[in-house]
Write a protein that binds this ligand. Structure first.
Ligand code: GLU
Length: 551
């Protein structure tokens, strides 16, 4: 067979060779040990936590080593392409602090290794495929849907491995004449790898995975499709060509790609190209709320898989980043405990410390991390974050916030100083809910006064409270007055006194202050009353007290 001739028949318009592209995209000039990583999302419009998780690994590996992290849009599947998806990818990742050094952009690409949209690279893939055909390493296959289905049915009934290989690879040895006449007749064809592997040959290969260590797997024996009938590559082929030409050193991708690794290894070897280091990351798992069983996060069942979820709820990107590193690297939590104020980038991320058996995602844990991270963010900065969030997701709050931005900052600062700071704040939506009583429009009575306090005491307590209320009292003076007032009205000065002799008292000082707390905040639980009053101002305090007894 004259393979050179066959290659010309199949690709008459392809004039450049892989060597031309190699010259066009030479090795990158980077410091020794610098890593080049990429994110290769498909523009489906859905960007999820798994993307961010992977992007984070890519970003860390590249930037920790003085390398390059680029964005490549894997848009070879027309059916899945959604308008605006690339914008969503770029802006969502940016929001969470992941930025690219080069690659696909909205209006134009940046970098010398593009184009970065796979749909603009058809000729490049075809050039590599043409070379393979010219060397007898790939061939056109005209098998139609129904023929392939018949093969599959036969394989199923014989309990054989499905696929096009061995005797099922029926078009491996078509003559040039037959190929020409089929093409002349307008028959569609795909290009398949002519695999050199054999099923059950016992031959294996070993790849050193940066996350999983040495992986030994049986060689590929499938005549995998490399170019589809429209001349567009499959993922397998596109990834090999792109990661080579873009000089990627580390391929970070989900473990769902492990089964196709033998194909990729054979493709790299056939093309004589150096393989990147693979980092197959564990799937994100969660404990199912209903069954208690660990399972993969699902787009259908778990809204928290989508990155939009975190933006809408108002999770702070710094908290999400800290949380993801907690999941990604087993030693991060300890490091964070020892370095509470260190910038996250000073933590040394390593692929060896990554779990390879399913990374457990737990929203409660994320919320806990948020409490710690938010505590480290100055209140004024948090207020700004809340303002931006409101603008986008709760526009009805913006007027309220903008009316007095410092008011919001002082509210957010309550109870955050001192040896035992409060950890109430998790994400914007929850925070707003938590502080909503500071705003008259959102104030409502949510809790009941404790039973120990008879209804007829309410007005009495509040009136006495107002009589002695002095807005400039210190916290101690203020509490001293509440205690005194309580004792006068038959409430124990200390909860333990009441516990010891419950018949002697109506209740204790805590019950009295709960009446004040509910009048002030509408809630039985809140941060420190005195601090809240300082922020609300005397007038508002008196107004709230009066409204409570007159309700
Ligand atoms: N386009 C592939 C995906 O979205 C990328 C896999 C890879 O990173 O190699 O799953």
């Amino acid at each position: 067979m004259n393979y050179e001739k066959l290659a010309e028949i199949l690709f008459p318009n392809i004039t450049k060779t892989p060597a031309d592209y190699e010259n066009e995209f030479p090795e990158r000039q980077l410091p020794e040990g610098a890593k080049v990583t990429r994110l290769g999302p498909s523009p489906t419009g859905f960007i999820h936590l798994g993307n961010l998780y992977g992007a984070f690994v890519d970003e860390r590996l590249a930037h920790q080593s003085g390398g390059t992290f680029y964005l490549r849009i894997e848009d070879t599947d027309d059916k899945r392409r959604v308008d605006g998806a690339v914008e969503v990818i770029i802006s969502s990742l940016k929001f969470f602090g992941v930025s690219f050094d080069e690659g696909a952009g909205l209006t134009e690409d940046t970098g010398d290794y593009g184009p970065y949209y796979q749909s603009s690279r058809a000729e490049i893939y075809q050039s590599f495929a043409k070379q393979m055909v010219s060397r007898g390493q790939a061939y056109p296959c005209f098998l139609k849907e129904d023929e392939i289905s018949a093969i599959r049915a036969e394989q199923e009934s014989g309990k054989l491995t499905p696929g096009i290989y061995g005797k099922w690879a029926k078009h491996r040895e078509l003559s040039i004449e037959e190929i020409e006449s089929r093409i002349a007749a307008g028959e569609d064809f795909v290009v398949r790898l002519k695999s050199q592997g054999q099923e059950n040959s016992g031959k294996t290969f070993t790849v050193e995975d940066a996350v999983r260590g040495a992986l030994t797997m049986p060689e590929n024996f499938q005549d995998t499709v490399i170019l589809k009938s429209n001349g567009i590559p499959t993922y397998h082929f596109a990834h090999v060509v792109d990661d080579y030409l873009m000089r990627t050193t580390h391929v970070v991708r989900g473990e769902e790609w492990l089964p196709s690794l033998p194909i990729h290894v054979e493709l790299f070897n056939t093309l004589g190209l150096k393989m990147p280091v693979y980092c197959h990351t564990a799937q994100l798992m969660k404990i199912d709320d209903e069954t208690g069983v660990k399972r993969k996060l699902s787009k259908r069942k778990d809204p928290e898989l989508s990155l939009d979820y975190y933006r809408e709820k108002g999770y702070h990107p710094a908290a999400v980043r800290d949380y993801l590193l907690t999941v990604l690297n087993s030693n991060f939590e300890e490091w964070r405990a020892e370095n509470p104020d260190a910038p996250i980038d000073s933590f040394e991320f390593t692929t060896e410390k990554m779990s390879n058996s399913g990374a457990l995602f737990d929203i409660n844990k994320l919320n806990d991390v948020c409490k710690d991270v938010l505590l480290r963010i100055p209140a004024a900065e948090l207020a700004e974050f809340m303002t931006d969030w409101a603008k986008e997701f709760k526009p009805e709050l913006t007027a309220l916030i903008n009316a007095d931005p410092e008011y919001l900052a002082s509210i957010l600062d309550i109870g955050r100083s001192g040896a035992k700071p409060r950890k109430d704040l998790m994400y914007a939506e929850q925070i707003f809910d938590f502080i909503s009583f500071f705003f008259d429009d959102y104030f409502k009575y949510e809790d009941e006064v404790p039973e120990n306090v008879p209804v007829e005491d309410y007005a009495d307590i509040i009136n006495s409270y107002l009589e002695t209320y002095n807005h400039s009292d210190s916290q101690e003076e203020w509490f001293g007055k509440v205690r005194e007032m309580g004792t006068e009205k038959g409430y124990a000065a200390k909860p333990k006194d009441f516990k010891k002799n419950p018949d002697q008292y109506k209740g204790h000082v805590g019950h009295v202050s709960t009446v004040i707390r509910i009048a002030l905040t509408g809630r039985a639980n809140s941060p420190d009353i005195w601090e809240i009053q300082q922020i609300l101002g005397e007038e508002k305090v008196r107004e709230r007290m009066n409204s409570f007894i007159n309700r």
